[in-house]
Design a protein around this ligand. Sequence first.
Ligand code: AMP
Ligand code: GLY
Length: 407
Amino acid sequence: MKILILGQGAREHAIVKALIRTGTSPQEILVAPGNKGIAQEVECEPNIDITDRLAVDKLALEQGIELAIIGPEAPLVAGVSDSLRAQGVAVFGPSQVAAQLEGSKSFAKQIMSAAGVPTGMARQCKTIEDVEQAMEDFGAPYVIKADGLAAGKGVIVTEDSKAALEHAAEYIHMGILVEEFLAGQEVSLFFLSDGKSVMPLTPAQDFKRAFDNDKGPNTGGMGAYSPLPWLPETFIQEVEDTVALPTINELTRLGAPFVGLLYCGLIVTDRGIRVIEFNARFGDPETQVVLQRLITPLEALLYKAATGHLENASDAQFTQDVAVTVVLASEGYPAHQAPVREVKGIKKAQRVSGVEICFGSDVGRVLSVVATGKNFKKARKRAYKALSKITLDGSHYRTDIAAKVAQ
Ligand code: AMP
Ligand code: GLY
């Protein structure tokens, strides 16, 4: 099959690797724009703005693309799926309207409320005075969310009311959501959806804060592991029944069926499971660990979802082996952009057994080391051994990814 993947991060690299590894028939994979690391494995088309519908349509038609997989949120929110679909291409990625589940936190709250999906109480605020009032009503810790896309930086959780208000002031032009604080373990659970039915993948946990022991600012994600041995066995089914299905059914009822990946960002509180966010795409870096454990051919799964045939597919299978990923970030991430610097030692790192490297951006989240093993101790050891071979001036990574499950 001829496949187009839109995006340029380590997530897209992980998708490429999983397509190839699980592939059962000849594949031609094109990534736009891709990156230098991805270009070592498959063809890339670097000169394209992937939020430009016409440019993406043209590329897909010229190349005879049969399946398009949309990695990041920006092209989804720009409606690239809709125009590709109108050209007859099978697309794994929701429509512009359905992608509002990620693009607008207030839209997501409306859908959850209509569908009876458990989530934190929240108030929409248009002015700083509204924010102050909501903060007073909900109390500390304060959870302040920009109501739009902010590259993982739109949320602050803090005891400090001054910092909360400063954050609100920075994003008030988008609208602000003030939410009740929810305490508990976080879980990312992905579902493939064809608009009628859903299929769960395997749970992962993301480490959102920049530094060890969950210190520092929120980032796009500094590491992840899968599976989550501490979850009850009924967890996946419960999320499917109480979160994923009601959500896609509500979108279908509104005439905006969700075809693509429904990312459920959850907190397991002592009062039960709560949704903290939806994304309309694969998560980064969770995808690096989830797809590394996938056994079922990914191409067939995504094609079935894209063409409305998920119902007949048997559930995705995952290895018993566990996976850990650690992100190497450039100096100053997420606050500042470092200059582009050379990364050394990649070949040595790739020679560590059970390790793969997924390449991200030149600055920011530069790469994800992905390691598998029989248990977390083993997988962590491999991941950190590989990282010790890599040098990038000023870079940093967390040293505590999956530490708690490795004991
Ligand atoms: P979001 O972008 O909505 O996923 O939020 C980013 C991060 O902020 C989440 O991964 C959580 O760690 C934290 N967070 C978001 N909402 C809440 C909440 N209501 N209570 C506690 N932490 C939250
Ligand atoms: N890792 C969080 C995200 O992809 O949004």
